[in-house]
Write a protein that binds this ligand. Sequence first.
Ligand code: PMP
Length: 422
Amino acid sequence: MTDWPEKVWHTRGYPHIWLPYTQMKTTPAPLAAAATQGSRITLADGRELIDGVASWWTALHGYNHPHIVEAIERQARIMPHVMLGGLLHEQAATLAARLAAILPGGLTRVFFSDSGSVAVEVAMKMAVQYWLNQNIRGRTKFLAFKGGYHGDTMATMAVCDPEEGMHTMFAGILPEHHVIDLPRDEESIAAFDQFLERQAGELAAILVEPLVQGAGGMVFHDEHTLRRLRAAADKYDLLLIFDEIFTGFGRTGAMFACEAAGVAPDIMTLGKGLSGGTLPLAATVATQKVFDAFWSDDPLHALMHGPTYMGNALACAAANASLDLFERENRLLQAADIGKFLGEHLGQCLGLPHVVDVRSRGAVGVVELDRVENLNDLKRRFVEEGVWVRPFRNIVYLTPALTISEEELEKLTSAIVKVLGK
Ligand code: PMP
């Protein structure tokens, strides 16, 4: 495949690109991606990589799934986009109703947006205004947890783990919330209880990524912890927000992670896999109880938020097609099978130099190292092995498409064993 005009567009365009999470001076230029299919990325020079990341865990059904592609094409001809202010269209209405039907715990009101960070901002704004609309003042803080990650915008940076590095330099200019240890052992449970006893009155909500704290380090916690958070929110009359942007849509083995714990939040955020890895789409979904606090004759009680592209018809069509696939094909079984495979095969990393932990939950596999000396070098070695694995900090992880084949998974896990073994 030498006829890709890669050199031209890459050379011309790269000097004008500002990449995410990248020190542009010291990081090698990005690879030129030419095409995708299933769990494969074809590079412009003809090389093919097996994808272990599913583009930041969005492409649940693999890339270019024909059912999703057709839905987008059909919708593009009918109506690519129309503003949601004063107009509603079939794809957004259908998607909202379908989400309401499959979400647990009476989460029935869907506010669409275009990125996960915005969905979390909207959840935070909803939570604060929920109290204000009821004339309850002073409930403006959030309780979030160490290891958590909820986005890169100013409001969401303030509820990420403050130590974890990405946002530390903004300390002092961000609003101050409370970020404490998840209550999962005797000591942290006591600290959590004490904190709430003293300060629950200033909280609008508790915010957590259920079961897997993803971008903050792929750290797992269990169902008991989630039930404890729900019980605490009930006891102190706080809203509970589950950020399922990473965990939603089968990633942890259940359609939504919180279902495994049998608890539901008052507000849930969704994104990433919502559109099956095709178009930017996110949602903040509230219970009737939350929605009722905004239902009023007072115009000031309305939720004054409205991203321009909210409920984009192409993205909603893709999301509806993605939900069709969940109905037609057993993605949750595939997630469970991936989990079993990852558990067995990544286990071979235990005992390799620098490996301190290996864990998996649903279609998430993690090899934690004590340190990585040269992350760029590690990434390059994975590419040399023909796989797309993107470690961050000291974490090597797999979040493949739920449709990945066993042979492809095998290539991914053996590449990890081989590269880390060197
Ligand atoms: N919350 C969680 C749990 C996430 O994993 C992410 C993205 N990694 C976000 C929020 C932010 O989403 P986005 O990148 O779409 O703004």
